[in-house]
Every structure is written in C-alpha cells, then in structure tokens.
Design a protein around this ligand. Sequence first.
Ligand code: M6R
Length: 613
Amino acid sequence: MCGIIGYVGNKEAYPVLLQGLHRLEYRGYDSAGVALIQDDIINIHKRQGKVSELEEYCIDRDISGHTGIAHTRWATHGEPNDVNAHPHFSSDKKMALIHNGIIENYQLLKTELINRGHEFASETDTEVLVHLVDDIKRNENVELAEAVRLALTQVVGTYAIIVISVEDPHTLVVARKGSPLIIGFGQNEFYVASDGSAIVEYTDKVVYLNDEEIAILTEGDDIHVKTIKNKVIPHYVETLEMSLNQLEKSGYEHFMLKEIFEQPRSIADSMRGRLNSAKEIVSLGGIIEYENHLLNARRIIIVACGTSYHAGLVAEYMLEDLVRIPVEVEYASEFRYRNPIIYSDDVVIAISQSGETADTLAAVELAKQKGATVLGICNVVGSSIARATHAGSYTHAGPEIGVASTKAFTAQVTVLTLMALCLAKRKGKIAKQKYTHIIHELENIPKRVEEIFKLDTHIKEIASYIKNFNNALYLGRNYNYPVALEGALKLKEISYIHAEGYPAAEMKHGPIALIDEDMPVVVIATIKGTYDKVVSNIQEVKSRKGKIISIVTEGDTVVKGLSDYIIEIPETEEMFVPLLATIPLQLLAYHVAIMRGKNVDQPRNLAKSVTVE
Ligand code: M6R
C-alpha cells in the first residue's frame, strides 16, 4: 500500500523518481506526486490517477533538482484526489514528506497542531507528520533529523517516511516502523524506496532499515542510523538479489500473464537445491535448525491472507495427511485479534508473497510474544516477515508484480510440499515407496504445467462464455477446495464478476439455491479422493440447470458427459492437483478480465502489498 522513493546525489532526481514510481505503482495507483528541491524552494507536483498522469502533468513544469521524493498512493485517509496525494508540505513550504502506513493518533495530533496555528490542506493522516516535524524543529530549535526523531516518539501507527527540507538540501531523513524501506548506495548518492525493484537498476548495495530506526542520508557522506530512542547503531550492507529483467514484461501484454507462464520455472526454482530425486533427499536449509521444533510441535498454525491463505489450506491437507501433526489455518487478520491460545510448543508458519502484509506481520509478532516458534514462507527476500520470523524458507518465485497472485501460490505450495515431505520422512510416517513416487512426481510438475499451457486457446473460448455472467460458483473437495477458493478469488479480483468458492458438499446447505441457467459453476473434479462424491455434486447442479465447467483428469469421460465445458489436466498425485488445477483457473480469470476490458495488473481498489490492516 503506497510506494515511496527518494533520491539525493549529483544526478537529476526526477527521472530516477519517476522510473521508481512506475516500478512501485503495483503498491497503489490512485494518485502520485513528486517533490524536488531547487535552491531554496521545494516544487511539488501531484495528481490524482496513475503515475502516467503525473508524468504528463509534469511535462511543462519545473522538475529540476538533485534531491527529491515521490509517492504513489493507495488511499486510506481521504479520498484519492490531487490535494490528498503525497508529498505534503509544512506550512511554510520549506519541508516536504511522503509516507506509507497509517498514523493512528493523527486526529489527536492534528487538533493540537491546529491549536498551535498550523493549517492543514488535506484530509490525510500523513499531513500531521510534516507539521509535527516542522513544529518541533522550530520550537525546540533542533536539526531536521532530530525533529523527525522527536516527532516519531509521539506517533502511534506504522510508517515508512522520507523527509526533505530546504535547510538541508542535500539530505534525506528516512524512518520506518511496520512499513518496508530499503536504502541503496551509489557514488556519493543514496536511493531510498519501498522495495528493491525501484532502485535495482542503480545499485545492488543496500541496507534494510529496521523498525523504529532513522537514517540520515547526505550526499557525499556516510549513512548514519539511529533508533527512535536515540541510540546510534551500526548498519549492514547487503546485496540486493534481483535483476532488472525480472521486472519487465518481457514481451507479454501483462505482468499477470507473464507470471502465469513463468510457473514451470518458478516451481522448479522453488525446488532447486532442495529436492535431489536421484538421492531421494528433500531438505529445506532455511528451517533445518527448527526441524525438531516442527517434528515435536503440538500443533502447526498457519497464518496468512488472500492467496497465501489458500496455499496454507493446501498445506493443512498435506501436513495432516503425510506428517500427522494437527494443523490449523487462520486468516492472519482474525488470528491477531481473537486472543488465540498459542502454546510454546506450537509452530506458527506465516505465508506471505510480499512478506509485508500488515496482518500477517502482526500475527507473527503475537505468536512470538506467546513463545511459539515462528517460521516464514516468503517470496520477497529481506522483507519484514522474513526478518521477523525465527527462520524460514524463501519461495524463489522471483518478483511478482501483477496484483493478482499467481506464481507465488504455486511456489508456496511447492515449498510447503517439500516441508511436508521432509517431516514425513523424518517422522517415519511415509512408506519408502510412496515417498519415492511422490518426489519423482513433484519433480515432474513443471513439465505438466507446460502441458496445461497448450490449452490456452480452449480456455479463452470458455472465458468468452463466462464473461457475460454476473456470478460464478467454484466447487471442489479435499485438496481441490482451496483450488476452488483460489479460482474464485482470481476471477472476482480482476474481472469484478462476483464469484464464490465452496466445498462442493456444502452447496446443498445454502448456495444451491443460487443455481439456475445464469449460474456458471466451475468444478474441480479430478480423479482420486472424493471424485465420485463430486460427480454427484455435479449432477445436483446439472439437474437445476446450472452451467458446468469442469477441470478433469485427462481422459475422463464421466464428468465430460455432464459438463458444458471441460479442461483436461494431466494426471498426478492427488496432493499435487492444486499445483496443476490452479493454472487454468488463473488463465480463465485473466482472459475473462481482458474480455471485460479490465486492468488485470492493477485492479480497482487493490494494491499488491497490503501494509495497512
Ligand atoms: O503478500 P501476501 O502473500 O501476504 O498477500 C496476501 C494477499 O494480500 C494476496 O494474496 C491477495 O489476496 C492477492 N491480491 C490475491 O491475488
């Protein structure tokens, strides 16, 4: 939610900031703005709408300056308009600030500042920060960085901020708590951004700021880091593991499509070095130290949101089936506020593509406070959740830019499968023959995904049928229930067709009342497991005139006979069906959204990283 970027150095700042905004736009795209210091003034240009609208607006404006900050917004407080767009000015326009996060006590602070004569232009929570820093700077007669530090001691909430002032024209003051912030080092210059994608083309030497830390970045000087409590601390320079071509569309029309088609590679990358089928060894280096905690866990509790939650549900079936440890899967947003019982011998696993989801991060902190072992399955290296957990494994899916999560899901399921296999083997809960068969089958999944891509034209035809409906139901059972949830989530978030995922057998407890000839029902009806039961559920839909689109195992004739459309996927182990069946559902949602003229990479009201609760 919201992307921030700053630059100080000897380059013109605007091109760096603008390019950075384009890369960060997936984080929020309802308005954008830039502030540049030029001599003793700050020029701010901001616009409602996408970064391209800001770019157009700036064509005939003064965009010179070597120090600047820029922001792309996902509105929380105050509607998306030009005034509420960041950056925000202090009263005398000598200071400007951008912010990602939420200031919870902003109303209180605002009232006090208004009483002291400050005039506010916007309805945002952010604007109080710049007035507060300015107020402290004047009244306490302190340097900019100290004013920022003192201001942050009064703030309740989350923030990643960058502040500039004409009094320190070659300095950025940055701070974070609960929202991500990365600092890049160039030649006598600094780059600051919400994530590495905005700065990777300039540098791979970075520092990840920790919560409640402030950094002072002055052109030609070294970085200075201290805590909000005023303790000077050392910084550690790391190498940013990201390449520029991972951030391009590489000939695809949309990031989502590229990311769908990357899955054979991303699934293989998530297994690489972890699965040695010749030696029949599965190991997850990142959590090896905590394997005994997992094996002796009273329970495994998985916390996640959205698509990552669906990956957690798949893991629940797998871990209980193969490892025989009780597993609970919870929406992080519910878990954190319901006073959950957590034992010190529970292992909590947080799943998050971005590693920044506010609710998942809060659930991690809560579980740590209660003494549980907390592991992370994240995609973004160095992200907040990856760093807040005791240990974890990265998914290696590569940057996921499309707001709809695709390759992250299959990578998460892959890593969780490896975890389940490791534990099952160590616990002696899996027969040798089954273990051997499963790991060979897992190794073949990328090839099977490739085969599914050959169905794209057929899936497009089904999309042209579905695109005209207003509702859709997705049904599945057992391992295919999370697939139904995920298929429905994909369709609704990018095509805006109302879609619900249901366990197929639950239909007759309510949703069956919705079935008529205007209700397409997507059923994941692969062989094995509860196949016969699902066939009965299809009959129930059919006899009520529902339209049936089935995902079936290659060669199936029974479900084919009952369906209006079928999508045949290669046969695999039941536990791997989610890795295959999700792919046509991603493509289906993509094509429907395109046919309905929607922006698939940046669907309305959404953002990629949900860093506010
Ligand atoms: O980064 P995370 O995996 O923690 O994100 C969780 C959800 O916000 C995310 O999966 C969201 O539901 C996607 N838009 C789904 O496509």
